[in-house]
Design a protein around this ligand. Structure first.
Ligand SMILES: Cc1cc2nc3c(=O)[nH]c(=O)nc-3n(C[C@H](O)[C@H](O)[C@H](O)COP(=O)(O)OP(=O)(O)OC[C@H]3O[C@@H](n4cnc5c(N)ncnc54)[C@H](O)[C@@H]3O)c2cc1C
Ligand code: SF4
Length: 502
């Protein structure tokens, strides 16, 4: 089966399936393959385009491959820019391909949250991690494509006695062009459109892109399908409406898109008070280091290295890699400074600190249908971020950086560690520059009852039979590691469990 775009929809279209899946990111892809291989008829609907000609162009990426055109910001105790992918493959199209298994202690805690249901326990997840890892071709980043930025972080952290290494990524044919976040132009990244969705399609799954589901259909107290307009991806022209009726509706629109669709469908009350609540973000912030040797942070595997400090649990620093234009934006360069910064850019290294957060936010809906995001930092997360940024300064310096730019408004380049630490110690939360998050999650959590969660351990909504969720919105907690792998695995498990009931 091919991936259909807007051209497939000449007027209004009606389809029938065993399961209609909304969204084609890692969660939807895992579930679709599992359901299709169990012989179920699956239709996947995707808001973004069927295909893309990826290029290092911000405007193109934001227009076609970021949810809400890359404009999402969570406002609360600070402003955090929130990114999520769009298109057949969802976030896997524009993510950095980093692969982590969720730590056992996190997965084990979920069995308690799920009232003893152990389907996501470390023992039950492990074989599915193995299986999916083979399909998405997880490999360790090789030295030959790592680039100096990644190597500098590993070198610096190891000098300080910290655990550090090149990362595992689902990028088996990566040539190190450094633009994963614009989409992979060379086919080096094994995004889920190329494997899990391709396998589902081989079993007859229909994928219809350019179609943004606007409503979940409910009849006699049961979800029975979805409906949404298909639009031309360039000019937004309405070409028709797609209706899919199915035995089960599975939402995989991501941690922003899934609660947004539930609320837009007027099902917020039916699905209970936790819809859109408990947003975790893995908020992050970065340090830049200036070296006296070329680094060219835009060259090499996009985010190919990490380090860990046992004294900082819940802090996961990894490479920050930006093309020159984005680097200047991140530095806030304007006017005559742009030329100076441009000259320094090839000598800069970057490292991003990501925090496993206790802070929480909400996903609501604005009158124009877009998501309304809030986020409130927990004090302990702010403390973790500060400590993580300090350790990152030390790592960059040990790797060869001579000056440091900490993400504090007005701090400027610091020539000594004392200066950098003083700026970080003095910073209030709102003084941090460019706070960023690309891991929204946990907004329609799994749990045991309607007051504390949206779905049960089998993925079905407590408040609406026939409605299932299988994306990054269902995690009961923050993960602490990059979520795509776990999302694929959980989608697979939930897809298999659903197939048995149909
Ligand atoms: C820039 C960036 C870098 C990242 N780097 C990494 C990384 O290296 N490693 C990692 O593990 N994670 C990374 N992530 C996070 C990871 O990509 C996400 O956690 C993951 O994609 C979430 O999967 P999902 O299935 O929940 O949803 P998504 O991947 O967000 O997919 C949801 C899909 O649903 C579609 N959709 C939304 N609403 C509708 C609707 N109403 N109708 C139809 N379709 C709809 C969207 O267009 C999207 O394609 C990164 C994310 C970004 C944005
Ligand atoms: S760094 Fe590798 S995976 Fe990323 S876009 Fe370039 S070739 Fe593709």
């Amino acid at each position: 089966m091919t991936v259909y775009g807007w051209e497939n929809v000449k007027s209004d279209v009606e389809m029938e399936a065993d399961v209609v899946i909304v969204g084609t990111g890692p969660g939807g892809a895992g579930a679709a393959r599992a359901l299709a291989e169990a012989g179920r008829r699956v239709v996947m609907l995707e808001e973004g385009p069927a295909h893309s000609n990826f290029r290092p162009n911000h405007a193109h990426t934001m227009r076609y491959h970021m949810q809400e055109n890359g404009s999402m910001v969570a406002l609360g105790s600070a402003a955090v820019s929130v990114a999520a992918g769009r298109g057949v493959g969802g976030g896997s199209l524009i993510n950095s391909a980093i692969i982590w298994r969720t730590p056992d202690h996190v997965l084990s805690s979920w069995t308690d949250v799920l009232g003893g249901d152990d389907r996501f326990s470390p023992a039950n997840m492990a074989p599915v991690y193995d299986e999916i890892g083979d399909i998405i071709e997880v490999v360790k980043t090789s030295e030959s494509i790592a680039g100096e930025n990644n190597k500098l972080i590993v070198r610096g952290a190891r000098k300080l006695g910290l655990k550090a290494d090149l990362l595992h990524r689902n990028a088996p044919r990566c040539v190190g062009c450094g633009i994963c976040n614009f989409g992979c132009p060379s086919g080096g990244k094994a995004s889920v459109d190329k494997n899990l969705i391709a396998l589902a399609r081989a079993q007859g799954t229909v994928v219809q892109a350019d179609t943004k589901v606007s409503r979940i259909l409910v009849e006699n107290g049961r979800a029975v399908g979805v409906v949404g307009p298909t639009r031309h991806p360039d000019n937004g022209r309405l070409v028709g409406t797609v209706t899919v009726r199915a035995k089960a509706v599975m939402l995989c629109a991501g941690a922003v898109g899934t609660p947004r669709l539930i609320l837009q469908s007027g099902l917020g009350t039916t699905l209970g008070p936790r819809v859109g609540k408990g947003l975790h973000l893995h908020p992050g912030n970065a340090v830049l280091g200036l070296c006296d040797f070329p680094v060219k942070m835009w060259s090499g595997a996009t985010q190919g290295a990490y380090f860990e400090d046992p004294e900082l649990p819940g802090v996961l620093p990894h490479t920050l890699s930006l093309p020159p234009g984005a680097l200047l934006l991140a530095m806030g360069s304007v006017g005559a400074q742009v030329k100076k910064d441009m000259e320094m850019a090839p000598y800069m290294a970057g490292c991003l600190v990501m925090v496993s957060d206790k802070g929480e936010g909400t996903v609501g809906i604005k009158s124009n249908g877009s998501a309304d995001l809030t986020y409130w930092f927990a004090d302990e997360d702010v403390d973790k971020m500060r400590k993580g940024l300090k350790r990152t300064c030390e790592v960059l310096a040990a790797g060869g950086a001579q000056r440091l730019l900490v993400p504090v408004v007005g701090a400027g380049w610091c020539d000594t560690m004392d200066e950098a630490f003083a700026a970080l110690d003095a910073a209030q939360l709102t003084d941090y520059q460019a706070m960023y998050a690309a891991h929204p999650m946990a907004t329609c959590r799994m749990g045991t009852d309607l007051m504390n969660s949206v779905i049960g351990p089998d993925g079905q909504a407590h408040g609406l039979p026939g409605l299932y969720i299988a994306d990054s919105s269902i995690f009961p907690t923050s993960l602490g590691v990059n979520p795509q792998y776990t999302t694929m695995v959980m989608g697979t498990i939930l897809g298999r469990d659903l197939a048995k009931t149909l």
